[in-house]
Design a protein around this ligand. Structure first.
Ligand code: ADP
Ligand code: ZN
Ligand code: MG
Length: 492
């Protein structure tokens, strides 16, 4: 390989493989009965002899964690081997209570899956090498006392939390592709309900491995592992920085050293944390305190049947079943709760062509209120049936679009039924032709100049009269009917 031949960034191909650690949303920890719900709890209050790593205790496998991992594997198109086992990964570190982590080495729960992504019209399959289960470590808090003396505190609440690791093959070819994979993975985990998958909260932690090679080369270059990424934005920035850094090293004739580099938010740079020379030999061996797992095919098929409809197929179905655009389908299936809300509203509205109308209202006015409040549809006071009623009233011509916007605003604020708001405010469309005609005549009488323009051969002038009539009727008249009555009056 001759990296020196590459003289510009375009001469290098980016290669990225991703490791993701996702905390599972089980009720109890991986190998003990401690509650996983410790957020906001005082340090070291969700602990027991097992997760504190006391000698002489025995771990017990959390069945739900195994189930969640298998469900994830199935959703990621993985094979589920008939046998799996846990192994000890040994390394000395203050956040590791036992001096080893129970993980899975050569017999993980899931293997050989894939996730399809698309970036700028380019589709790519990211192969998933494995999905395995392990336990999280404790958390260290680094402090300094008043004299500047540094010390560390340990919070064991996180120790023993069920942690799922998902490792890809080095298939992503740009930082944008890597982020697209991460976003899709997060969406799938949330649809499955197996993880909150929140990067900012640390329950979805990603470590991209990135290398460059001269375009056209088949051999991989030396990779660098990136850590400390607390958002998709940080992940993207760190990878982009790393591409530039490695390209500069290679262009100047140097070689990239294998190391772990941490993203520094303050300087927007990656900095070396640990080189390969300091890497541990983990001395893996089978965990003697846990039995190997036999995964029956019946169990796998039962789990497969229980999988919810996943984002990709739900999006496809929204396209064909509701006649939505790809963009609308994408937005409406972004989260499972949003898609559920939309479908419930469509059903209540009677389906058919109203599916499109519900989508219009959902993605415009309703979405605006949701965004402003920073909540999901399922968290709002508006129920799917209420949104449906509003759409139906507009569709049946009982309520004007403009009035409906006000009604939705009130529904959003107070959660009341649209019918009730319409009745109370007298917003329903005027059935009384006489009243509309009265308003039309009044406006004609008050706008002699516009009327003159119209009669002088400017038919467009009539538009200037519609608004005042609508105001006269407090927005309750049907605009098309107003136009017709105006024309009839002016011609007559
Ligand atoms: P290690 O033994 O250093 O942990 P692995 O083979 O387990 O390496 O791979 C860890 C991650 O790094 C995987 O996601 C893999 O796809 C990725 N990876 C491996 N080699 C490269 C490379 N040359 N460039 C980019 N990513 C790589
Ligand atoms: Zn415990
Ligand atoms: Mg590895």
């Amino acid at each position: 390989m001759a990296p020196a031949a590459a003289t510009t960034d375009e001469d290098f191909e980016v290669v990225i493989g991703l490791e993701v650690h996702a905390q599972l949303t089980t009720a109890s920890k991986m190998f003990c009965r401690c509650s996983t719900d410790y957020s906001g709890a005082a340090p070291n209050t969700h602990v027991c002899p097992v997760c504190m790593g006391m000698p002489g205790v025995l771990p017990v496998i959390n069945k739900r964690a195994v189930e969640y991992t298998l469900m994830t594997g199935l959703a990621l198109n993985c094979q589920i081997p008939e046998r799996a086992k846990f192994d000890r990964k040994n390394y000395p570190y203050p956040d590791l209570m036992k001096g080893y982590q129970i993980s899975q080495y050569d017999m993980p729960l899931c293997r050989n899956g894939w996730v399809d992504i698309e970036v700028d019209g380019v589709k790519r399959r990211i192969r998933v090498n494995r999905v395995h289960l392990e336990e999280d470590t404790a958390r260290l808090l680094h402090r300094a006392d008043s004299s500047g003396e540094e010390y560390s505190l340990v919070d064991i609440n996180r120790a023993g939390m069920p942690l799922m690791e998902i490792v890809t093959e080095p298939d992503a070819r740009s930082p944008a592709e890597a982020v697209a994979y991460l976003q899709k993975l997060r969406q799938i985990l949330r649809y499955l309900g197996v993880s909150d998958a929140n990067m900012e909260e640390g329950n979805f932690r990603c470590e991209p491995n990135l290398s460059l090679r001269p375009r056209g080369s088949n051999a991989f270059g030396q990779k660098v592992e990136l850590k400390n990424l607390n958002s998709f934005r940080a992940a993207l920035r760190a990878m982009e920085f790393e591409v530039q850094r490695q390209a500069a090293v290679l262009r100047s004739g140097g070689r990239v050293v294998q190391e772990t580099r941490g993203w520094r938010e303050d300087t927007q740079e990656t900095a070396s944390q640990r080189s390969k020379e300091e890497a541990h030999d983990y001395r893996y061996f089978p965990e003697p305190d846990l039995p190997p797992l036999a995964i029956t095919r019946e169990y796998v098929e039962e789990l497969r049947r229980r999988l919810p409809e996943l984002p990709e197929s739900r999006r496809e179905r929204f396209l064909s079943e509701y006649g939505l655009s790809p963009y609308e389908a994408e937005l409406l299936t972004e989260s499972r709760s949003r898609a559920d809300f939309y479908e419930a509203a469509v059903k209540a509205a009677g389906g058919g062509k109203r599916a499109k109308l519900v989508s219009n209202w959902f993605l415009s006015d309703f979405a605006r209120h949701l965004n402003a409040a920073g909540i999901e549809a399922s968290e709002s006071k508006v129920r799917p049936e209420q949104l449906a009623s509003l759409v139906v009233m507009v569709d049946e011509g009982k309520l004007n679009g403009a009035a409906a916007k006000h009604v939705l605003e009130e529904m959003f604020a107070g959660g009341r039924d649209p019918e009730e708001i319409v009745r109370e405010r007298g917003l329903s469309v005027m059935e009384d032709e006489g009243a509309i005609l009265e308003a039309v005549r009044k406006v004609i009488a008050e706008n002699a100049k516009v009327v003159g323009d119209y009669k002088a051969g400017k038919p467009g002038a009539i538009n200037a009269l519609v608004g005042p009539v609508m105001r006269e009727t407090r927005g309750r008249a049907n605009a098309r009917r107003v136009q017709e009555l105006l024309e009839a009056e002016l011609k007559g």
